[in-house]
Every structure is written in structure tokens, then in C-alpha cells.
Design a protein. Structure first.
Length: 447
């Protein structure tokens, strides 16, 4: 800090005093741009390039567990600070569990020990906070705060809250009062460190800073459950068409996004992907979970009804898909939900069921019977099934089969097609070495 006039050397004589004052004026004028230049060149963290879509401001999530292990998001920011500003300034994440609500006891808070009273550290702190709260090139305020999932910041007597951004930087506790001005309150008032508290999404790196995707908002619950279409009718197979891809925003009302666990995602299917806008009781979809960040399971059911039955697939945590038949629910939609972490969803229409009395291709339900017993198939090999003979139908246009892979020496995929039809571009099912798996498979003469 600049020395006070009392600490400067004294000189006798009017001429010497005048020279000293002049020198001080010159030094003062020269020091201002030098300080500004030094401050302007203080480093800020590197960050990826983002689209205009940004995470919402984090909600306040009270600390309510004892989980004193550093979470990935806090560890990432800690490493980012060390990389940008050096490791000489310490930081800490975990604290022993107490009754306090700081985030440290859950490993989702970070203290960066920069002191406001130290010129160099104050400059670093201001540069870092400026980077966190800067408006980005798309006009998004507090961009990095939102992309990192930070829910509040405390530094130098003040607190900023993502869950109440209009409040700005306001007094923390009583730290601006004269009674708390002493250095004994420097830690309590965060004059000697910056405190960052992360949301759970930020703590587990589920925000756009890490994946490039924001979380898909939850769909509102329909006002009333619709009556489901009468079951039955003819089945029409179609060339597979994608009606949902959250990675690109196809079929998403919110654009590209990742689906949070236990959040219902509704997909419109009537009038899309070759499905008529009316007269349809159910659709056959190939649903896929892509890039889940933890092991998860997927449910599919008619929108507007209670979720029932069993999960249609499990991803652990790689890509997994399944063929499902689901009645059309409220608004011509079906609902998807998974159990853990965040993931991207895809859905392809492979066929649909017409309402009874609607003209269309004929469906011939069969009593379940095994048409192929256990057989070993080499990689690249095939097994032929005479569906006409098995069903008693002279000409078969497509067939729904339940196929089981009992064991495999490696990971692989299974394709299904009728004789003379080209091999489909998409696998009917995938499987993992050493694990049994059963899936519904649609063999068709189209696509």
C-alpha cells in the first residue's frame, strides 16, 4: 500500500520542501496508470466457448447432510484457481460436520485465501470475481457464476446471492459496522478469503461449463389425466425417424439440454416421424440414453398418467437403447424419465398402432412361442427365422420379436431385417460381454 506522508523522509528549507512536493506529485501521477495497467493484466481463468443458452441462476439448497468429501465441481474450481493464480495461495473445501450451513460439510464449498488487505491478492480476487460475474458475449449476466453452478459468494464484508441477484453485493452479517471493524473479525467477515458455495448441480459438474449443455426444465403436470385410447388396432411399421434428440434440440421445447434425474420429459409423437396426427392408440419407439454421467434406468409411459411398470433399459453408464410400445397420452405425447445423474435422450419412431376400425396394415397377434432355440452365432453371422411359418401368415411385412442374448464373449449389436431388405442403419439391440439381455426387436421390410 502507498506510504502515508508521515512515513516519508522530511527535508528542511522551503526549496527542498517544494522539490519534495513536486516529486510527490509526479510520482502520484505516474503511479495511477501503472497501477491500472497492472490491474488490467491480472489473469482470469480460461473458459470454453458457449452458445447463448445458459443455466438459470442457482436456487438456494440448504446443507442438510454430513458428507465431508470434496465434490468434483469444487475440486475443479480449486484446480482452476491454482492454475490461474499459482499454488502459493491456499484453498480448502472440506470441513468437519457441525450445525453450520456453509456447504463445507458436504464438500460443495470452497474458501480461497486471498486477503483484501494485500494489494496483489486483492487484485487477483477482483479479477476472478469480475470473470465470474461478467456479462458474456450473448448478453447473459453473471455468466460464469451460472455456468459453474455457484449459489452464493462472500468476500470482504459482503455477500452476493445467485438466488437473489437483484440484491447485489449486500452487507454480510454485521461486518460493515464499527463494532466488527477490527482484524479479529477478518475471518468471520471474509476479509481474508473468498467463500464460494455450489449448488448440487455445480458440485457434481452437471452444468453447462462442463458438458456444454444446460439442464432441461421440468415439464408441468397436465391438469387432468386423459382417457387412453382403446387398445388394439393394426400395426404400421415405418422407416425409423428421429423425433427426439436433446443433444441437438430436436423434439425439445427448450432446445439442446440434458435431462436431470427424476425429471419428466414429454415427447410429442402424434403427427411426427410418420405417425398420423390422429387415430393412433400407441407408438413403437426406439429410446436411447446417451452419455449418462452415472448408472441410470429409463421409464417410458403415456403423458398425463401415473408412471407404472418397470424400467425399459439400464445404462451403466454407457449408451443403451430399447424398443418400447407405449400408448399415446395427453397432448399426443409420451413421457420419459431416468433415475440418476444427467443424460441425453433420443427417440426414434419405428411404428404405430391404429385405432380399431382405422384402415391400415394388419397386425396378427400370436400366442407367445419360441421360434428359435438357443443357438451360437459367430460375430458377423446370422440366424434366419420363418415368421410366416411360425404365424401361419402367408406374407409378413414386419414382425415384433422378443430376442434374448444369453451370453456373449464380447460387446456387440444385433440387427434384424426381413429377407431381401437392407441391413438397418441402427442396431435392434446392443449387449455386453458376459451379461444376458432380452429386448423387443422389430424386423421390417422397410428401412
Amino acid at each position: 500500500m502507498p506510504r502515508s506522508a508521515a512515513s516519508l523522509p522530511t527535508c528542511s528549507g522551503q526549496r527542498r520542501a517544494g522539490l519534495l512536493v513536486a516529486a510527490l506529485l509526479v510520482l502520484g501521477l505516474a503511479a495511477v496508470p501503472a497501477a491500472q495497467g497492472a490491474q488490467a493484466t491480472v489473469a482470469v481463468p480460461a473458459s470454453p466457448t458457449f452458445s447463448a443458452t445458459i443455466d438459470p441462476f442457482a436456487h438456494y439448497e440448504v446443507e442438510n447432510t454430513c458428507s465431508p468429501t470434496a465434490k468434483p465441481g469444487a475440486l475443479f474450481v480449486q484446480a482452476l484457481l491454482k492454475k490461474t493464480y499459482g499454488s502459493a495461495i491456499s484453498s480448502n473445501i472440506v470441513r468437519a460436520c457441525t450445525s453450520a450451513d456453509s456447504g463445507h460439510e458436504e464438500g460443495r464449498a470452497l474458501d480461497w485465501m486471498v486477503s483484501y488487505k494485500n494489494d496483489a491478492q486483492r487484485a487477483m480476487a477482483k479479477a476472478f470475481l469480475g470473470w465470474l460475474q461478467a456479462t458474456d458475449s450473448h448478453g447473459n449476466a453473471d455468466a460464469m457464476v451460472r455456468r459453474l453452478g455457484i449459489q452464493y459468494i462472500i468476500w470482504n464484508n459482503r455477500m452476493w446471492r445467485a438466488y437473489d441477484p437483484s440484491r447485489g453485493w449486500s452487507e454480510y452479517s454485521n461486518c460493515l459496522s464499527t463494532a466488527w471493524a477490527g482484524s479479529s473479525y477478518d475471518t468471520t467477515c471474509h476479509r481474508n478469503h473468498i467463500h464460494l458455495s455450489f449448488s448440487w448441480d455445480g458440485a457434481y459438474e452437471r452444468t453447462s461449463f462442463y458438458s456444454g449443455y444446460v439442464a432441461c426444465p421440468s415439464f408441468p403436470t397436465p391438469a387432468a389425466a386423459p382417457p387412453l385410447p382403446t387398445a388394439g388396432g393394426d400395426f404400421v411399421a415405418v422407416t425409423p425417424r428421429r423425433v427426439l434428440n436433446t443433444a441437438t434440440g430436436t423434439g425439445s421445447a427448450y432446445g439442446a439440454c440434458r435431462v436431470r434425474a427424476q425429471t419428466r420429459f414429454d415427447v410429442p409423437v402424434l403427427g411426427r416421424g410418420g405417425v398420423p396426427p390422429s387415430g393412433v392408440t400407441a407408438v413403437v419407439l426406439r429410446v436411447t440414453v446417451v452419455r449418462p454421467d452415472s448408472a441410470t434406468q429409463l421409464w417410458v409411459w403415456p403423458t398425463g398418467t401415473a408412471r407404472t411398470g418397470h424400467a425399459v433399459l439400464a445404462a451403466n453408464p454407457g449408451v443403451a437403447s430399447a424398443l418400447v410400445t407405449v400408448p399415446v397420452g395427453s397432448g399426443g405425447k409420451v413421457s420419459l424419465q431416468h433415475t440418476s445423474g444427467m443424460a441425453l435422450f433420443q427417440a426414434d419412431v419405428e411404428g404405430y398402432y391404429l385405432a380399431p376400425g382405422t384402415a391400415g396394415s394388419e397386425l396378427h397377434p400370436m400366442t407367445t412361442s419360441r421360434v428359435v432355440s438357443s443357438v451360437t452365432v459367430p460375430a458377423g453371422g446370422s440366424v434366419s427365422v420363418d415368421l410366416g411359418k411360425a404365424s401361419g401368415v402367408a406374407q409378413v411385412g414386419s414382425g415384433l420379436l422378443s430376442v434374448s442374448v444369453l451370453a456373449s464373449t464380447g460387446n456387440g449389436s444385433l440387427y434384424a431385417a426381413l429377407p431381401g431388405a437392407a441391413t438397418p442403419a441402427r442396431a435392434a439391440m446392443s449387449f455386453t460381454a458376459g451379461r444376458a439381455r432380452t429386448s423387443t426387436v422389430l424386423a421390417r421390410a422397410v428401412g
